[in-house]
Design a protein around this ligand. Structure first.
Ligand SMILES: Cc1cc2nc3c(=O)[nH]c(=O)nc-3n(C[C@H](O)[C@H](O)[C@H](O)COP(=O)(O)O)c2cc1C
Length: 334
């Protein structure tokens, strides 16, 4: 299914674009464009940029959720963030309703102009969308975080699963309540899903070196999807402040927090995480829009304490090396 055991994860918000996909493909890896947060037009441009590659590539989309947020909790969190807005000299935007991240336009784009691989996160696409994409010639993947989610994904007819462990950097892909018992690591989660579902599995979460890659392949994965390992590469469009933080020994841990976006996401622990994780409501993407001006101003002011420093638990392995060398480092360990 994938010609390479090393997949550069789709990373929305800047890190993954044509430069990273091109560099990864050139070194024998497989790259994903991140469709999340951007318009269908911007995504179409990125697809055009990687078409000439003599390699397959993927596009990732966010599946919108129909869940209604708790407006009182959102208003309380907005009030909690007012001092942050003053600190950074910005205005908090009025609360917005849910948005679907351009779902109709992006799925229409991928049906009109099919790409080799499409993956989804934050939920399952309707079976009809999966069938249409497959008919158009795309391989379709869903991201899951548990056996129950894997079974649900198999039911909508996808070709393969990205099995994401909670050690992963940035947002969880979870769309069902967490199971009572959680797997210890990516390899354990792959092994559990392997018993329940016959689809090919791509492991994700906390994989920082060749030994970690070998463990998930031994557990039954066909490949590993690595995010944090590519964040510091020159081809990653992550902010320099974020790249520097990943290399800063002053950061000592990561944690899952809703503070920045309203959806649990793993980040380095900074001041914003410490001060706001306790009260941030489960309200994605409303909290994402609410904190956007704070994050932008913190970035502009060079203050990593107000920024979402996404990182998986293996962040200390990440290096400022060309993406091709990162790919070769992982493949060379096999
Ligand atoms: C900065 C960042 C952004 C991410 N954005 C996306 C995304 O847009 N879509 C997606 O499916 N996964 C996204 N992920 C999660 C990755 O697909 C993958 O599960 C994760 O990076 C694996 O864990 P690792 O970071 O420890 O390697 C993102 C991860 C990071 C670090």
């Amino acid at each position: 299914m994938f010609e390479s055991a090393v997949i550069a994860a789709p990373m929305a918000g800047g890190p993954s674009g044509p430069a990273l996909v091109t560099a990864v493909a050139g070194a024998g890896g497989f790259g994903f464009l991140a469709g999340g947060y951007k318009t269908a037009t911007a995504l179409a441009e990125e697809i055009r940029a990687v078409r000439p590659l003599d390699a397959a590539f993927g596009v990732n989309l966010f599946v919108p959720s129909a869940a209604e947020p708790d407006v009182n909790a959102l208003n309380a969190y907005r009030a909690e963030l007012e001092p942050e807005a003053r600190r950074y000299g910005v205005e908090l935007p009025p609360l917005r309703g849910a948005d679907d991240d351009g779902w109709d336009q992006k799925t229409a784009l991928l049906l009109e102009d099919p790409v080799p691989v499409v993956s989804f996160t934050f939920g399952l696409p309707p079976a009809g969308v999966v069938a249409a994409l497959r008919k158009a010639g795309s391989i379709v993947l869903a991201s899951v975080t548990s056996v129950a989610e894997a079974l649900a994904a198999a039911d909508v007819g996808v070709d393969a699963l990205v099995v994401q462990h909670s050690s992963a950097g940035s947002h969880t892909a979870a769309f069902l309540p967490a199971p009572a018992e959680s797997a210890a690591d990516s390899a354990a989660l792959v092994a559990a899903v392997r018993h329940a579902v016959a689809l090919p599995l791509v492991a994700a979460g906390g994989i920082g070196d060749g030994a970690g890659l070998r463990r998930v392949l031994d557990a039954g994965a066909v490949a590993a999807q690595l995010g944090t390992a590519f964040l510091r590469t020159p081809e990653s469009g992550a902010r320099q402040l974020h790249k520097d933080a990943l290399a800063d020994a002053g950061y000592t841990e990561t944690v899952l927090t809703r503070a920045f976006t309203g959806k649990p996401a793993r980040a380095l622990v900074n001041r914003f995480v410490r001060e706001h994780s306790a009260h941030a409501p489960a309200a994605y993407p409303m909290v994402h829009h609410l904190t956007a001006p704070i994050r932008a101003a913190a970035a502009a002011q060079g203050d990593a304490d107000g920024l979402n420093l996404w990182a998986g638990t293996g962040w200390r392995h990440s290096r400022d090396l060309p993406a091709a060398e990162v790919v070769q480092g992982f493949l060379g360990a096999l």
